[in-house]
Structures are given as C-alpha cells and as structure tokens.
Design a binder for this molecule. Sequence first.
Ligand code: TXA
Ligand code: MG
Length: 333
Amino acid sequence: MQTEILEPVKKNIQLCAAEIKSGGVVAFPTETVYGLGANALDETAVKKIYEAKGRPGDNPLIVHISAADQIYDIAAEIPESALLLVKKFMPGALTIILKKKAIIPDIVSGGRDTVGIRFPSHKVAQEFLHECGVPVCAPSANTSTRPSPTMAMHVYTDLNGKIPYILDGGRCEIGVESTIIDLSEGKPRLLRMGGITIEQIREVIGDIEVVKSSTEALCPGMKYKHYAPKADVLFAAYYDDMFQTICERYDFSVKMGKNPVILCLNQDKEKCGGRNIIYMGGSYDDYAHNLFAALRQADELKFDTIIAEGVAPDGMGNAIINRLVKSSGGQII
Ligand code: TXA
Ligand code: MG
C-alpha cells in the first residue's frame, strides 16, 4: 500500500470519511497532534489501528466527536463537573474519561467500563469527523514508542505503507497531546498533563488530584516507553545554573565521541556558547509546539545525544516536563 498525503479540500475529506465508514483507518490533524482514526463502533476497523501502530492491546483509545452533545451517545453518566469542563474547554485540547455506554466496544476501552472523549477544535478535524458521521477513536498517529506526530510528514515517516491516507492540516498548533481528566469515579483526577493547563482546569472545577504517572493502572498508556527518538535524551532539571550543567554534559559527550545538540529557548542561546542548538522558540507554548518535531529533527540531522533545557512546572511547562521525562527514560541531569 502506498500512503497518500491529501490536501484538506472537501473532496479529500469526503474520501477519507468514506474510508472510515467502510472500515479503514485514516490519519488526520488535530490542534494537539495527528491522530490515527477508525470507526469506534467497528471492532475490525479498530484492530487496524493497533496493527499499524504496533500498540499494546490493553491501551485504550480516545473517542473523537464533532459536536458536544454526542457525549450523550457514548457516555453512560455525565457528572456536573463534566458539563462545566465541556462548556469551557470543548472543542479543545481536553479529554474527559466517563463511564461508557455498551455501544463502545471493549477493544476501544481496553476492557474498561470507561471511555475517553475528545472534541477537537481543529477545523479540518471537525469537518472530517462530521463527514464520518460516527465516533472516531484515535491514538496519536506515530509508531508506538516514537515521538507523536505534529506534521503530516511525521505520520508518513512512521506509517508509510501501512495506512491509505494522511489528511494534511499543517502543523499542529499546540504540539503536545490533550489533557486527560478522569471524571468516572466522582472526584476529578488529572491523568495526563497536556494542552489545557492545570491552572485553567482549577479555575473551572477547583482543586484536582494529580495522578502520579507511577499510578499507571489508571491511564494504561503512561506505563509504556514513549516519545523516544533514536538519540539519547538528557533532560535538564530547572534551576538558575542549569546551563552550566547542560554545557558540561555537552562537552563530556563530545569528548566521548558523541554528536550532541541542545534544545534551547531562543533567549538562552548565549548561554550555550556556540554549541549546537535546536531553537525551541521564545515561550513555553512555543517549546511545546516545537518539541516533538525537534526530537525527530535531531535524528534527521544525525545528532545522537539531545540535551533538553529544563522548564518550570507552571502553565505548559508541566506538559513539557511530562513528555521530556518520558522521552529521556528518566535521564535527568
Ligand atoms: O491529543 C490527544 O489526546 C491525541 C489526539 C489524536 O486526540 N490522542 C492521543 O491518544 O494522545 P493516545 O492514544 O496517544 O493517548 C491516549 C491516552 C493513553 O495513555 C491511554 O491509555 C489513555 O489516554 N486513555 C484512553 N482511554 C482511557 C480510559 N478509558 N481510561 C484511562 N485512560 C485512557
Ligand atoms: Mg500517543
């Protein structure tokens, strides 16, 4: 199978929707990362997602909808806190976990009695989901363990020959996945930091328990190796003198015959003293937007060691920290 990258014009969106309706899989853009979609109500179609990605079967999939009221079609119980979050953040980079209706097959929920629901804000995603006319389950459209795709080309690199179409919606604006909040057990719990910050969530539903990623049983995907480029990733802890550590580790790896690069915010360029840099932009939002692309770019440029500048745990900093801790396999310097 040759994979085609399609411009997001009406005719192509209809072609991709027809593929979904006939039991196929299609990669499509969202504001967070690209997703690999299938009809969530069709078990045979959903299996194709797991095959294309090489994804472990106990890892549930998020169901994507094209209008907020479709939540009622797939969720069995909708608490007040869910309604508040839906009103404020949907469409947007939020996934809520609710008790599921029987219509959602076990293969989507990983055998659980809950379902993750997301209504993306990306216009191409909305048009595509609307044309599909069915709920579309989709994980990130990367090969399992690889950095999530934020451009059509990233999907192509990972899945060429395994899926028929990639709908090209340009670069994903946010660049890290949705924030996941579990509302299925009464007290809201934050399972994954993402595109909506915890500060934003607290403004709407008050304080929220943050589940440590060590409590992996709650969010099964978190236990697997994640976001890993070919290069070794070292993640710098955030403190005033972190660039001293970053530069020392860089110079040490050069002495060891390695070819390192620093992921660095534009304003910190001078602190790298002429060493190799990939620029991450001027803010934490930019850093998140550029992160997965930078990990892939480092591989393409044949760097074998990536040293990522640390960020403070506020705003999008939390999502960046979560992704880089995983990406580095816990190699914090
Ligand atoms: O931004 C996003 O959320 C992207 C785009 C494509 O929508 N999707 C995405 O899907 O990141 P994925 O499969 O790469 O990550 C979904 C995470 C996994 O860690 C999975 O275990 C968790 O959500 N998850 C899904 N359904 C769940 C459920 N019912 N209970 C607990 N965790 C769930
Ligand atoms: Mg993923």
